[in-house]
Structure formats: structure tokens, C-alpha cells
Design a protein around this ligand. Structure first.
Ligand code: NAD
Length: 446
């Protein structure tokens, strides 16, 4: 059993801390947000993540997981690890990762350890779990080194690959665990930390420099964002030439060199990672005088694709959206999460409104988060209520509850029976058999 302090108790910090506790470690999760910690202490989980709530409650009850706001108090106990899991959002001015939270959390922890450990007996490893640009861990080492002697701490990178909506399973059954450090001690301790997972066959990729581990995370996300953007652009070409993007995905995805995942056309990538990580990689590459033009193109193409979705909706509704009532099903950037950060809905809905459309939306889970970003639309409590008098319904998120709706019955509520399915969850034949006018992405009408 190792002692772990997680700094930042958001999507990644809470899942990481809870799962480390579940595999037997002693974990305290710290966050500067007092409301979040108060809720967690009451057993109220502030994010939606399937399976997480039960696991938090179980590990708290079994005494392996606790929550705190004050790092100076936490540092009074010895911890083998301080995991940095704070946010690294995009800086507006240049797209670089904003490292303010990372550096503040690092320095607060280093000062707290110094004050608590006057004998100098602790030897913590500072681990970046946050997605940070190449070189950040070196800066973290310098920052910690201002407060702790160089032979009393180590720095490592352990990027996280979990997907929201599947985070607990992804953490417990990862494709791979990446750890990087030039400190052998840090690498060995991390191997021990993850042993319960690697023992059951989960591969561990150990890199001898933090830089490699840091870059692996950006390379992975940029590659996946490229794949999504590739199929999205092809979906628009399919519409022009009478091809079917779903069949095309199957036709290329069965090639194991390509693989069939991330080949579903949609309204554009979004969420808390791909948008900011692609921009941050572009910035790092340019700063290093080694531009990655393919990722620059992906960032531009994704923006263009979201705008193309708006135009598709406008064209479907006869070229004008003024006073058109549009129902939107789904707001989160994907199903099974309430995360609204950079969701395509945040580009598409304001653009529809700017054209004069009236929007009523429904999301089974993300409504509370969505209201922070989209305060000026109407929110409905059910699918049925969303559709009342609508001139069209747009499916923006592939929530399971939207996948087998009885449109024959529901369309009676609508002003016109039009579905614009930006997730391709229905087939043309299926929708038409229920009396709907059906428009999807990259698939010709039968
Ligand atoms: P988040 O915004 O959900 O959580 C960050 C938390 O850190 C917040 O609760 C905030 O209050 C807290 N915080 C900020 N400063 C702090 C400080 N000084 N001390 C203690 N707590 C502090 O962010 P997230 O989605 O969990 O992402 C965290 C990092 O993990 C990011 O770098 C992100 O890119 C990366 N990541 C995220 C995902 C994902 O799916 N969300 C997946 C992999 C990696």
C-alpha cells in the first residue's frame, strides 16, 4: 500500500484517486473548490461518471479514500506521491496550455511539504497526471527545487488516457499505462503503484525521459482528433458524390492498420481534451520550430465542419432560420458525460440563434452544466416536451435514450416531421417508415 495525494479532484483526479484506493492504496484527494470537497465528504459526487459514485462511497467507507481542501494539513502526513491533476485549459490568446493551476498546485504542495517536514525525512514523487506540454515536468522540478533539496524529491509524468463516460473501466483496464522519469526511484515506485493493474496483464510503457511520456499524450490525442476529422470531412464529400460514409467507415476500418474506432461521422470533435490538446501541440511544435502542419489543418477543419453543420441545418429548413423552432436532443460533447467543455453544441446552437432560430433543448444529464454555457435557450424536461411545435429536431448527442424513439407518435407534437441526425443513429429507411423526413450525415437517401 502506498500513500497518494491527488491535487485537483475533477474528472481525472477523482477517478484516479478513487481507482488507486480501489486497488488498495491510501488516497487523499485535495481540491481548492470548497463546495466540491463538501459535496464529496457528504457522499454526493459532483460529476456524472457511470460507476464512480458506488466506488467512491465504498472506498470512503473502507477508509482508503478521503477528501480535503488544505494541502498544508494533508502534507503533514507522509505521501509517496503528489499527483497533479488540475486543469490545463487553452490560453485564449495563443492556444497554449495554461499552466497556472499546475504551477500553483506544485508550489503550494512543495511549500507545505517543506513546512511539515523540517527533519527532511520525506521523499515525494511529483507526478503530472494533467496533460502538460513537453518541458513542463522540468519546470516543475525547478519549482519544487526552490523549496526542497534536489535529493529529496523526484518528478515523473504519468499521462491519463481515460475517456469520460467510461472513465472507471478505462482506468482499471487501461490499454496501456505510460510512466516517464529520469529518476529510477520514481519509475520503480510507479511500477509498484500500478502493480495491481499490470499484474492482470495491463501493459506498462516506461520511458526514460519525462519528455517522451508528456509527448505521448499529445500525440495520441492529436492522432485521434485527426481520425475523427478525417471521417467528418469525408462525410461531407460522401454527400456530394452520392457515397455512404457508414459503409465507407466499415470498408476502411476493417483494415487493422486503420482500425474501426473513431470512424463515426459526427458534428465535430469537442470535449475537454481534443480541442485544447491539438491547439497546445500546434503551439509547442511552432515554438520548437518544428511545425506539425497536419494538426494545424485538423484544428481548422474541425471548426469548418461545425460551421458546415449549421449550414446543413439551414439548407434543410429552406435556407432561412428566422423564427424557426428547432428542437435539439443532446448537448454534451458525447454520450455518458455531463461535460460541456468545447461541445459542438456551443458552436452550433449560438450560430442557429444568430440566424433567428428559437431553440428548445433536452439533455438527459448535461442540462445543469449546459445552462452555464447556454443560458439563453429553453430547456425541456423530456424528449416529448422538446419537440412541441418544432420545425425540425436535431440529434446532437448519441445518448442511448434517443436511439429507439417512436417518431410516429412523437412527430404528432411537431410542426413538421423533420429529423436532422448529426450522429447517424437512425437509418433512412427506419425514419421514413415512421413518416419522418430524414437528413443524416454523409448518407444518401434511399
Ligand atoms: P477538471 O477541471 O474537471 O478538474 C480540475 C480540478 O482541479 C478542479 O476541481 C479545480 O478546482 C482543481 N484545482 C485547480 N487548482 C487547484 C489547486 N491549486 N489545488 C487543488 N485543486 C485545484 O479537469 P479534468 O477534466 O479532470 O482535467 C485535468 C487534467 O487531466 C487536464 O490537464 C486534462 O487535460 C487532463 N485529462 C483530462 C481527461 C478528461 O477526459 N477530462 C482525460 C485525460 C486527461
Amino acid at each position: 500500500m502506498l500513500n497518494v495525494c491527488i491535487i485537483g479532484t475533477g474528472y481525472v483526479g477523482l477517478v484516479t484517486g478513487t481507482c488507486f484506493a480501489e486497488i488498495g492504496h491510501d488516497v487523499v484527494c485535495v481540491d481548492t473548490d470548497p463546495d466540491k470537497i463538501a459535496r464529496l465528504k457528504k457522499g454526493d459526487i459532483p460529476i456524472y461518471e457511470p460507476g464512480l459514485s458506488d466506488l467512491v462511497l465504498k472506498n470512503v467507507a473502507e477508509g482508503r479514500l478521503s477528501f480535503a481542501t488544505d494541502i498544508s494539513e494533508v502534507a503533514r502526513s507522509t505521501h509517496d506521491f503528489y499527483f497533479l491533476a488540475v486543469g490545463t485549459p487553452s490560453r485564449d490568446e495563443d492556444g497554449a496550455a495554461d499552466l497556472t493551476y499546475v504551477y500553483r498546485a506544485t508550489e503550494d504542495a512543495a511549500i507545505a511539504i517543506k513546512e511539515a517536514d523540517s527533519e527532511g525525512t520525506q521523499y515525494p514523487v511529483f507526478v503530472t497526471k494533467s496533460t502538460v506540454p513537453v518541458g513542463t515536468s522540468k519546470d516543475i522540478a525547478k519549482l519544487v527545487g526552490k523549496h526542497l533539496p534536489p535529493d529529496r524529491f523526484a518528478v515523473a509524468s504519468n499521462p491519463e488516457f481515460l475517456r469520460e463516460g467510461n472513465a472507471v473501466k478505462d482506468f482499471m483496464e487501461p490499454d496501456r499505462i505510460v510512466v516517464g522519469s529520469k529518476s529510477e526511484r520514481a519509475r520503480t515506485l510507479l511500477e509498484v503503484l500500478y502493480r495491481p493493474l499490470t499484474r492482470s496483464g495491463r501493459p506498462l510503457v516506461v520511458t526514460s525521459t519525462v519528455e517522451t511520456a508528456e509527448l505521448i499524450k499529445y500525440a495520441a490525442n492529436a492522432f485521434l482528433a485527426t481520425k475523427v476529422t478525417f471521417i467528418n470531412e469525408l462525410s461531407r464529400l460522401c454527400e456530394k458524390v452520392g457515397a455512404n460514409v457508414q459503409e465507407l467507415s466499415l470498408g476502411i476500418g476493417l483494415d487493422p492498420r486503420i482500425g474501426n474506432q473513431f470512424l463515426n461521422a459526427g458534428p465535430g470533435y469537442g470535449g475537454s481534451c481534443f480541442p485544447k490538446d491539438t491547439k497546445a501541440l500546434v503551439k509547442t511544435a511552432n515554438d520548437s520550430d518544428s511545425p506539425i502542419e497536419i494538426v494545424e489543418a485538423v484544428v481548422r477543419a474541425n471548426d469548418r465542419h461545425k460551421n458546415a453543420m449549421v449550414e446543413k441545418i439551414r439548407t434543410t429548413l429552406g435556407g432561412t432560420l428566422a423564427s424557426k423552432k428547432i428542437a435539439v436532443l443532446g448537448l454534451a460533447f458525447k454520450a455518458n458525460t455531463d461535460d460541456m467543455r468545447d461541445a459542438p453544441a456551443l458552436t452550433i446552437i449560438p450560430a442557429l440563434k444568430a440566424y433567428g432560430a428559437e431553440i428548445t433543448a433536452f439533455d438527459p444529464i448535461a442540462e445543469e452544466q449546459a445552462k452555464k454555457f447556454l443560458p439563453e435557450i429553453r430547456y425541456a424536461a423530456t424528449v416529448e416536451e422538446t419537440l412541441v411545435d418544432a420545425d425540425a429536431v436535431i440529434i446532437l448527442t448519441e445518448w442511448r435514450e434517443f436511439q429507439a424513439l417512436n417518431w410516429q407518435r412523437l412527430s404528432e407534437k411537431m410542426a413538421a416531421p423533420v429529423i436532422i441526425d448529426l450522429r447517424n443513429i437512425y437509418s433512412d429507411a427506419q425514419a421514413k417508415s415512421m413518416g419522418m423526413v430524414y437528413v443524416s450525415l454523409g448518407r444518401p437517401s434511399d
